[in-house]
Each structure stands twice: as C-alpha cells, then as structure tokens.
Design a protein around this ligand. Structure first.
Ligand SMILES: Cc1cc2nc3c(=O)[nH]c(=O)nc-3n(C[C@H](O)[C@H](O)[C@H](O)COP(=O)(O)O)c2cc1C
Length: 351
C-alpha cells in the first residue's frame, strides 16, 4: 500500500468511531473477496524494458468526454458524511483539484445540487434502481440538473449482503447517520425500506436510464466475459469490473482474475474500468497492463476524507498519480496505449 494511503487509514481508524470505521472497512460475510483483493494485484509481476529512452510518460486520459490527469476515478461509496462533515462535496473538490473524477453514490449524504456546485468539471452519478422507480428517476433528474456527465448503474446488488463485522446491524443503525439524498422522497418511511433496490431489473434498465437522462450509462459489477454481449447490446457505454470491494457475493472471483476475460469480450468497443483493492501506482499499472482503460479506488477516498477532508483527498489523488508515473517510467513504457497493448506482454504470472 502506498505510504500516504496507509497513513490516512491509520488516522481514519483513530478519528472515526469503531462502528463507523467498521462500516467502511467491512466486507461481506467471511470477507474472502475483501481479503483476497489486494494480494491479487500484488502477486502480478511486470517485465520492464531497459534503455527505453523515455524521460516523460503520458497518462492524461479521455474517458467518455471527461479529460482526466490520469486514468484514476474515485468509486461511489455510500454515506460519506459519516467520514467527514463535508462528505461528497469534499470528495468532489479533492478529486477535481487532482484532475480526477468522482462517482457519487445513490446513497450520498450531501445533496446532488451541492455536489454539482462544489467544483467545475465532470462527475458521474451511481444509480441503484429502487423498487420505488419514481425516487430513482427523481435522483437521476437531480443529478442531470446538477451537471453529472454519466450514470453508473450498479448491477451486483439485488440485495445488500450480510456484513458480520457490523454487530449492531446495517449502516442505517449507525447512530451518527445523517439523512441521505433520497430522504426527502421517502414519504416518512425509513430510508432503508423506501430506498430498497429492485432485484428484478435486467439489461433493459440501461436503455431506460439513458433515455431518462440523455447520458451514457456504464454498468458496474461485471465479473464475466459472457455477460458483456447482452450489456453492450442493451446500450452500455462502459463496463466496470468490480466485486463491490468484497461487500456483495463473498466468494466472487477477484477483479484481477476477471479483468482479462472481460477486456477480451469487450474488444475495445467501450471503456473497461476496474476496482477492488488497488492501493498503489504499481497495482494500478498492473490493472492497466491487463487491459483496463481506468481504475477506481474506494476506501482510500474514505480514509483520506476522514483524515483531512478535500485537502487529503487531493493529496491522495496526487500521490497515486505520481506513483503511477514513476512505475511507468521504471517499466520503460511511454504511454497508456503501450501499457494496454497485450502484444507487449508486460505482465508475468505470480512468482
Ligand atoms: C463503505 C462502502 C460503501 C459503498 N457504497 C457503494 C454504493 O453506494 N454504490 C456502489 O455502486 N458501490 C459502493 N461501494 C463499492 C465501491 O464503489 C467500490 O466498488 C469498492 O469500494 C472498490 O474497492 P476498494 O474499496 O477496495 O477500492 C461501496 C464500498 C464501500 C467500501
């Protein structure tokens, strides 16, 4: 793990209550996928070229119309107000000052209007399609009004998996929980009932959200190459390989293992992103060398938020960018197109 991320994590553990820290840290059930994730990146080795004659690497990235300083995004995570009073507003400010993009959760603490006004530049909205379709649609409309430039439909959460590390029940039981962005739409019902996800949705939901918003819709949570065809057929503008940071199906395959088959199935038609356990420039480099167009980090954003709000979020982004740049130079690779080129065979199997 990059030392700054480790430092933020320690500070978050000191500053947050035990229950709130556990809510962010936990995985599903036996925490198999959670524990496995960092190792799957660390276990890959890279094959550097010598005398590559490079003194600068190009890592700026164009992703669905967004110009980014690097192929790094901040993953949608719920209830960021529990980590820091400024929550998603601070995350978005921090992301933008590092030239990166944040994806804001359907379970955000701050209003989408505030998130939109927090900074200039692109941001994406993550959608949970709820049984109460009218609430989903109203949140999407608010996101569009507030300037979101793409939607991320999370497909891996028909139900929220049990999390045994939370002795006092689901996050809704966290006593400091501020009201979320859908609170005013709940009509007096408890949030977790009124905002429950709809497990019956299928690929048609992609087109429905695209029509409603006029925005590109990415699908998050993909772990199989043979899921890709029906998602692209239904209009997916991008694929996010994810096992939800080990918080959904506990025995789900690791994203490092799933990435190559998804990249092969997509075959360059839309961008492929990946997340889960990525904690350093070297981890990110491995993901890119396995064919990802960009990566997302989840918990490191929360640790940074807790440690020092927008400033620490920006510091974390800058640190990962610098680390990625240095690793690319050491690999002898000049740009992102080269690193993704499978013919160059940058990745070696585990030792
Ligand atoms: C506390 C927490 C809350 C999350 N909430 C959401 C969410 O609301 N929507 C979603 O699509 N993913 C959610 N995720 C999953 C993240 O978007 C992302 O896939 C995952 O955190 C990446 O793994 P990492 O934390 O190891 O970097 C959440 C993850 C965490 C840790």
């Amino acid at each position: 793990m990059h030392p700054l991320l480790a430092d933020h994590r320690r500070r978050a553990a000191d500053l947050l209550s035990e229950q709130v820290f556990a809510y962010f840290a936990t995985g599903a059930v036996g925490e198999t996928a959670l524990t496995e994730a960092p190792r799957t990146w660390q276990d890959r080795r890279l094959r550097p070229r010598v005398l590559a004659g490079i003194d600068e690497v190009a890592i700026t990235t164009d992703l669905l119309g967004a110009s980014l300083a690097a192929p790094i995004l901040f993953a949608p995570t719920a209830h960021q107000g529990l980590a820091h009073a400024d929550g998603e507003v601070a995350t978005r400010r921090g992301a933008r000052s590092a030239g990166l993009l944040s994806v804001i959760s359907s379970r955000a603490s701050w209003s989408l209007a505030d998130v939109g006004a927090a900074a200039n530049g692109p941001w994406w909205f993550q959608v949970y399609t709820m049984r109460a379709r009218a609430i989903t649609d109203e949140l999407v409309r608010r996101a569009v009004d507030a300037g979101a430039t793409a939607l991320v439909l999370t497909g891996d959460t028909p139900v929220v998996s049990a999390k045994h590390r939370l002795p006092n029940g689901p996050p809704e039981a966290v006593s400091q929980m501020p009201p979320g962005i859908g609170f005013d739409l709940c009509g007096g019902l408890p949030q977790h009932t009124a905002l429950a996800q709809d497990p019956t949705i299928g690929p048609a939901e992609i087109g429905r959200l695209a029509d409603l918003s006029g925005l590109p819709v990415l699908v998050k949570g993909v772990l199989r190459g043979d899921d890709v065809a029906r998602l692209l057929h239904a209009g997916a503008a991008g694929i996010i390989v994810s096992n939800h940071g080990g918080r959904q199906l506990d025995r789900a395959v690791s994203t490092a293992a799933a990435l190559p088959e998804v990249v092969a199935a997509v075959d360059g038609r839309v961008p492929v992103l990946v997340d889960g356990g990525l904690r350093s420039g070297a981890d990110i480099l491995v993901a890119l060398a396995l064919g990802a167009d960009a990566v997302l980090v989840g918990r490191p954003v929360i640790w940074a938020l807790a440690a020092g709000g927008a400033t620490s979020v920006a510091d974390m982004g800058h640190a990962l960018i610098a680390d990625l740049r240095e690793n690319l130079l050491l690999l002898g690779c000049a740009d992102l197109a080269q690193v993704r080129d499978a013919r160059r065979a940058w990745v070696a199997p585990a030792p």
